[in-house]
Design a binder for this molecule. Structure first.
Ligand SMILES: Nc1ncnc2c1ncn2[C@@H]1O[C@H](COP(=O)(O)OP(=O)(O)OP(=O)(O)O)[C@@H](O)[C@H]1O
Ligand SMILES: [Mg+2]
Length: 340
């Protein structure tokens, strides 16, 4: 399953995604964690020291390798140079699985032991730090674009998780990134600003059937809960208060996951239940159709001009990404073309 934590800067995306990842890992689930946040802090939140976190490979720097690998022998994609972030897989493409070894993980992922391995391990990938000049321009897109390419080539099952920590910026709407998840957790503080990010996000998400739940964070009392309930209604899934466990972590005095406050453990359990519950709505045809939709949109608005090719021709009309897809890239095929 694919799960995103989004929200405005400082709302607690990294903190809550790291806790969620820790709980999944402690329960023995295979997890790939992806740091796609502007401030790259997920590694440290998962217990790496600054030096280890700084040494994480940047997906953005391995984009040529990622493209070359995923392209495989897909005849519709004539070279890695014509692959843009939205280029969809087709017959001959190589697909990714959560629990496997492949050249993309070799180049971009590192194994992180949680609580010294006592509470499981995960694979961590990071887009790489964003610089001032990245924001709002093409490079930023290419960094997050590496994640989008991987998600579009990923065949994930019910009990394995890809968790992405990302900013709720308009960049994820220009691409199809915000439609790539089985569940999106929107981290919202009980403030007008927090709620306005929620409104913007749901406006985009509504038309695409995006499953979204609000996680209230930094909640200080009933008044905060009432405020969020009034503003977001039933979209409010759980609330999380100030956590001493998180504070201890920030002081460099981490405690094992078992020491996390019981109410926060329960909140994490509710997150997993909501994510797991969304699996019933998994629809590979819709997933494929949406990636094609955003690819055609991006091809027309900038991709064709940038690559000098007609990128609409990259779409394999008979291809549907799916769980029975072969690892070698012979994915499911359906007999009739996808509806537009
Ligand atoms: N529930 C919590 N209890 C205690 N501290 C918290 C909690 N949630 C967030 N924090 C603290 O608030 C700060 C911001 O949190 P975090 O880094 O997770 O937010 P973010 O949304 O990822 O921010 P950014 O946009 O900078 O990446 C951190 O110092 C974090 O430790
Ligand atoms: Mg963050």
């Amino acid at each position: 399953m694919k799960i995103a934590f989004v929200g405005k800067g400082g709302s607690g995306k990294t903190t809550l995604s790291s806790l969620f990842i820790r709980q999944l890992a402690a329960q023995g689930a295979p997890v790939v964690a992806v740091d796609a946040d502007i401030n790259q802090h997920l590694g440290v939140a998962l217990g790496l020291d600054e030096e280890q976190a700084g040494a994480l490979p940047a997906m953005g720097a391995h984009l040529p390798l990622i493209k070359e690998y995923l392209r495989g022998s897909n005849p519709r994609i004539t070279s890695a140079d014509t692959m843009i972030k939205t280029t969809p897989p087709g017959e001959g493409s190589r697909l990714l699985r959560v629990a496997e070894d492949n050249p993309v993980y070799d180049a971009c992922a590192r194994t992180v032991l949680l609580d010294g391995g006592e509470n499981g391990e995960i694979r961590l990938m990071a887009t790489g730090p964003f610089t001032e000049s990245d924001l709002g321009v093409a490079c930023y897109h290419s960094k997050v674009g590496a994640v989008e390419l991987c998600l579009n080539h990923l065949v994930d099952g019910q009990d394995e998780y890809v968790v992405v920590d990302m900013t709720a910026g308009s960049d994820s709407f220009a691409s199809g990134m915000f439609t790539r998840f089985d569940m999106t957790f929107l981290v919202v503080e009980p403030t007008r600003k927090g709620v306005s990010v929620y409104r913007q996000y749901t406006e985009y998400a509504r038309d695409f059937g995006v499953a979204l739940k609000v996680v209230g964070n930094k909640i200080q009392g009933q008044d905060d809960i009432d405020f969020l309930r009034a503003e977001v209604g039933d979209d409010l899934l759980v609330t999380v208060g100030q956590s001493d466990w998180v504070r201890a972590m920030e002081k460099g005095r981490p405690r094992g996951l078992a020491a996390l406050e019981p109410e926060n453990q329960r909140a994490l359990t509710a997150l997993r239940a909501a994510a797991d519950g969304s699996y019933a709505r998994r629809d590979w045809e819709r997933y494929t159709r949406q990636m094609v939709h955003f690819h055609l949109k991006n091809a027309e608005s900038w991709g064709n001009a940038k690559t000098g090719a007609d990128l609409a021709a990259q779409v394999d009309p008979g291809f549907v990404l799916g769980e029975n897809a072969e690892h070698t890239g012979n994915a499911d095929r359906i007999s009739s073309p996808l509806p537009a």
